[in-house]
Design a protein. Sequence first.
Length: 201
Amino acid sequence: MNCILLLRKTSVCLFLAAALATAQTREIRIGVDQAAPYQSWREGYGPVGFTVDVLENAARKRDLTLKWINCPEGPTNAIRAGKVDMWPLLGVEVARKLGIYVTQPWLQNEYAILWHTTTPNVHGAPPDWNGKTISVVDLPMSRFLARRFFSGSKFDPTPNRTIAFQHVCAGSTDGAFMEVRLVEPMLPERPAGCDAMGLGL
């Protein structure tokens, strides 16, 4: 059995530039980066993901057109450069640090840390993470929260959560930090190299 450590509920919001308040604006430039399963850019197709579906549906109801723009540089640089007017998902605190207008939250996440263990610790405390290396998906909110909760740790940025999980299984990192909703499906159907691994969460 796994020991579950829920670190925090984090609200995620939709962000609009102040310029969008004008009634004349009907087309909105919205950025997208590689942040699956929320949103990502598929070459030859365009934006995909459930935030894309949600926001496209909302825009149709308001008679708005969303112009999706591939922004591999991420939200901070894209917004500061004036490349886009809006970003689908950002953590509230991250957005406020950027000086971006924050709407009411429309998605809430819980985060947890996963680690290798030979004796699952059901009732005890999690490991001491000071000086340990933690895999973190290389996204603004994940990096922000990881630094907040594990200030004494080193970080291993990964392109996605599967690779973060696999780094723990391979022993190259001591833990992996990610959203509960995304790690839970990987526990019964584990990534390659993780089948026989004892895990704490």
